[in-house]
Each structure stands twice: as C-alpha cells, then as structure tokens.
Design a protein around this ligand. Structure first.
Ligand SMILES: *Cc1c(COP(=O)(O)O)cnc(C)c1O
Length: 364
C-alpha cells in the first residue's frame, strides 16, 4: 500500500471564496493573488477555479510567463515588479503589469526601449516601511513615468501593514490620500483583510490572497465566520497504534510523558511533508472525524497523537491534519504561526489531488 498522505484541493471551495471577495468588494476588479505556487495549492491546478477573477497577481516572473504560455489572457501583475532591466523586454512581450516601488526602477524604466509599453502600478509606502516610494516622492515619480515611452498607463497602490487589526487602516489611508490627491490614476489597496474592510478602504483593484484559500487574515475572526471554505485538506492515516503505560515518554526527546495508561496513534505525516515541526503537544488533529491532540515531538515522517477520545481508531483510520473539519488556522495558532505559512510549506513529496469546479466530493 502507498504511503497514505494526500493533499486534496477543493476547487469548488476556491471558486466560492473568490465569489466572496467579489461580494465584499463589489465595485473593484479582483486580482487573485497566486504567488508562491498559489499559496502551496499549485498554480496551474487552481487556474480553472479562478476564471471569474479579473486578473492574477504574483511575484515570480517564470510563473507569470508560464501563465501566458498556458494562454491565460487577462491582467497579470508582478507584485515586486522587475529586478533588473534585462527582464523588461520579456515582461513587455508577455503583457505583464509591474509594480514600481523604488526610484531605481523609475530610472531603469526611463532608459528602457521596449517592444510595447507597460502598465505600471506605482507603490506608495504609507507605513509598511518595506517597499514603496515615500509619499513625498510619488507625484514626481508619476510625472517622470508618464513621460517615459516604456510606460503605457499608471496606477497607484499601497499595502497595509495592519489591515487585520482594529483601526489598522485609517492612518495609512490618510497618508495614501494625501500623497495621491492630485493624481488621477486608478488605485489598488486591499489585501484579504482590506477586502473585508472594503467599505472603508475602497479602490479599483483588490488583491485578495489568503482568503481565496479559505484561511482567515484576522487573529479573531475565523474563516467560517467570514464565510470562507477550506480549499486544501491534508489527509493521512493512522499507521500504527501503541498502548503505553503511565510514565512512558513518546518520541524524540521524550517530549510527551503519559500520566496514565493510554493509546498513541502514529500518523503518516511529518515535517518533511510540510507539517510544522514546532507544533507542540496538544496541537489539534482529527482522527476518524474526531478531535485528538498531538502527543510527542513532530518527526520527519510521522506525528504521534493521543487516541484516548477516539477508541475506534485503528491502523488505517482516516486523519485530517488540516482542512475540512479542522481549520488550518487552528493548527497554525497552536504552532505559533499563521495559515499562510503552513499552506505555502506543503512539501513536494505529498501527492495532490484536485476536485473539479462545481463537483464537491468527499474522499473520506
Ligand atoms: C501577498 C500580497 C497580497 C495578498 O495578501 P493576503 O493577505 O494573502 O490577502 C496582496 N498584495 C501584495 C502586495 C502582496 O504581496
């Protein structure tokens, strides 16, 4: 029998989450963010579920070119733009839109001779202090770019540092408005957290990422509360069951010690599959559809869990590491990280199966 771990990608859930972004930001075009191989879900695999998006946004030039090779014809935005002038002719030929976040990129564009001019999103640093032009430089950069033959059209954008917190956008919005007041170009502001605050944030193009994959951008509002459905379900099986005595320690370093006689289940999934090694004792896991807890350190190919509350569990019993029935955000919270990191880290050795758009099957 093959090792039973599999990541199931529910494309109908992805399409429904995209619809949710549309509902929340009804006046905006939706650029679905698909960087990092669609947050670990597989870029080409998820493409059919994103047909209703007005375009896609990502970081990786090679993936953007692959999308054009696959005849994706709508807008594709490179969220970090280009790194060297050498990339520009290829970007132009593939009709990719770019972000310009630094004066050095403005200067390179001024000097570029391209096969066709580019759509450019000028990024304003409104408080993230990571990428973006200082508010005071924006008008001048737009003026220079509007005269550059390599530039066909200008847009304005920013990225929120704290859109997931209460009062998180007001300050940055004010800075953006002040920097862009005299500039007549369309605007892009919202990530997933901003999409849920669209009434406040607004903008012509929204850039939802994590919400499409059914994970929450907020610390306190769960994905279910936001009307989002999990897209990736990481499934495996119990591969061994042990009865241990009070005082027995489980796994590397004896990180869990039994207080009483108990049953331990060994699950075929470890950190080499993308499960977080730092997930502690007590991290939730579903066995036979019931909540159980990790007991013992995560190892490369296995995790161990306490089967006290799942007496029917035996070798071959189904396990959900995250996804349907167990939000990835709950596992992430237990491991002191966010759903983004777990989804993006799915390892190449895990077999992936996708369910078609419109068809919801449960491979239990
Ligand atoms: C990743 C990214 C997004 C999407 O963010 P989510 O929190 O996943 O919705 C939007 N805009 C930019 C510039 C990004 O880099």
């Amino acid at each position: 029998m093959a090792r039973p771990i599999v990541a199931q990608i529910n494309l109908a859930a992805l399409a429904a989450n995209l619809e949710r972004a549309r509902e929340k930001a009804p006046r905006a075009q939706v650029l679905a963010v698909v960087k990092a191989n669609a947050y670990g879900h597989g870029l080409m695999r998820v493409l059919p579920a994103l047909q209703a998006a007005d375009g896609l946004a990502l970081i990786e030039l090679d993936a953007a070119l692959a999308l054009r090779d696959a005849h994706y014809s709508r807008r594709i935005l490179l969220l970090e733009g280009f790194f060297e002038p050498r990339e520009l002719p290829e970007i132009a030929r593939a009709r990719l839109a770019i972000v310009v976040h630094h004066e050095a990129q403005v200067a390179m564009l001024e000097r570029a001779a391209l096969p066709r001019p580019l759509e450019v999103f000028v990024k304003v640093d409104t408080g993230m202090r990571r990428l973006g032009l200082a508010p005071g430089e924006v008008a001048r950069a737009c003026e220079r770019l509007s005269r550059a033959p390599a530039v066909a059209a200008l847009r304005l954008m920013t990225h929120f540092a704290r859109a997931d917190e209460d009062d998180g956008v007001a300050g940055q919005l004010a800075v953006f408005e002040a920097a862009c007041r005299s500039l007549p170009y369309p605007r892009s502001l919202a990530n997933s957290a901003g999409v849920f605050r669209y009434g406040e944030v607004g903008g012509d193009y929204v850039r939802p990422g994590i919400m499409l994959y059914g994970s929450t951008p907020f610390a306190y509002d769960s994905a279910a509360m936001l009307g989002l459905a999990p897209v990736m379900t990481l499934r495996s099986e119990i591969m061994a069951v042990r009865d241990i005595a009070a005082g027995d320690a489980v796994g590397y370093g004896g990180a869990f010690t039994a207080a009483k006689p108990m049953r331990i289940g060994v699950v075929a999934c470890g950190y080499a599959d993308g499960y977080p090694r730092h997930a502690p004792n007590g991290t939730p896991i579903l066995v036979c559809g019931r909540k159980a807890r990790l007991a013992g350190r995560v190892s490369m190919d296995m995790v161990t869990c306490d089967l006290t509350d799942v007496p029917e569990a035996r070798v071959g019993s189904p396990v959900v590491l995250w996804g349907e029935g167990l939000p990835v955000d709950d596992v992430a919270a237990a491991a002191a990280t966010v759903g983004y990191e777990l989804l993006c880290a799915l390892a190449p050795r895990v077999r992936v199966v996708a369910t078609r758009v419109g068809r919801i099957d449960l491979l239990l």
